[in-house]
Design a protein around this ligand. Sequence first.
Ligand code: IMP
Length: 433
Amino acid sequence: MKNIVVVGTQWGDEGKGKVVDLIAPHFDIVARYQGGHNAGHTVIVRGEKFVLHLLPSGIVHAGKRCVIGNGVVIDPTALLSEMDELAARGIDFTGRLHISNRAHIILPHHLALERTSEQRRGIRQVGTTLRGIGPAYEDKIGRRGLRAGDLLHPERLKRQLEEIIGEANDILQMRGAEPIALAATVDDLLGKASRIAPFVTDTALWLNREMSAGKSVLFEGAQGTMLDIDHGTYPYVTSSSGTAGGATVGTGVPPTAITGVLGIMKAYTTRVGSGPFPTELTDATGERLRARGHEYGASTGRPRRCGWFDGVVARYARMINGLTTVALMKLDVLDDFETIDICTGYRLHGEVLDAIPHDAEDLEAVEPIYETLPGWQSSTVGLTDFAQLPTNARRYIARLEALVGCDIGLVSTGPDRHDTILRADSQLAGWLT
Ligand code: IMP
């Protein structure tokens, strides 16, 4: 039995797409379990770049079967345009894409409500992707959401939309925003429903049956631990459970079926949107990381905030996700630096903390405690053998392993699939045999 969760350990954008793409050939099924088209997974296959938002990264592998689980929220327009784009590039979905009938649908009022609530928050705004993700999850938890399975019943759809949009329009009007046109929404959704319906099924049942028949599953997380609705830097988080636990709730697969968790960790830290970020560098060093790492959002194009590796966050991610092993991404971005800082702890009002504060204002106020390591100042780009890494790069990796308390089984040295060091003696290598 081999069922592995791939999870982001920082604030997203760690490079999950590349890793999932790399290891997907060793699994039978790839399943997304949360989030929506707020995610942006960049995959480079034979020099061809694919940016996936909603579809599991496994979809670019011919024949691989993929699941959009019940924990995902689906914007029908985004889904169909992503499918159309990939179809134009030769990707066939027939019999390969399974969409949960319990996944919730993003509707026009979710986008409208999100715009108004972000405006109302003023300087405290979350800096969301404005894709309607949060309000779609609000409707889900509020027990008024529309689910993919409802698209199979066009006769009921109109009545459901009348209720949902009626309530949303009351709020929009109260906030002085344009109401959503019901008839146009119904027509639009009915048109899209007929295209999506053939892929909709009971994916929990399907997955469990496949697993009973010995098939292996790769669970693909989106965003990251610090953006998790429960365990992240609330309220500056996304609205779903991007941590490893989300994989079971978001697909209907029992916790006992998960056999390992692979944490994806960038060799430094980035964050998009607002919220605390203790190791952020707003100076020339931060700009250098951004330029060398091409740190611009895959979904929104926004420049990412950049900073040094945060060992406190990494340790926390190991605890919350129960990491079995780690993939360290973008090591080559640090190639030029004379010295490299690693945050090993936080100090708040003069006191050293032993845990991440739950309160965003406290986290905003912490002072990182840094340890400075010498850089290696030589190129690691494209290296594939651990022994070829400069001594100081190996020292850096060993220090991170000690801080995180987990082995680093893979080191990424460039954007291409081949720019990768897989450590032969690692747990990760064991999963890939
Ligand atoms: P939302 O997911 O659009 O509600 O945005 C909530 C927060 O999560 C914002 O700070 C976004 O920038 C951030 N976010 C959402 N998706 C991603 C992602 O895939 N990578 C990085 N940040 C993300």
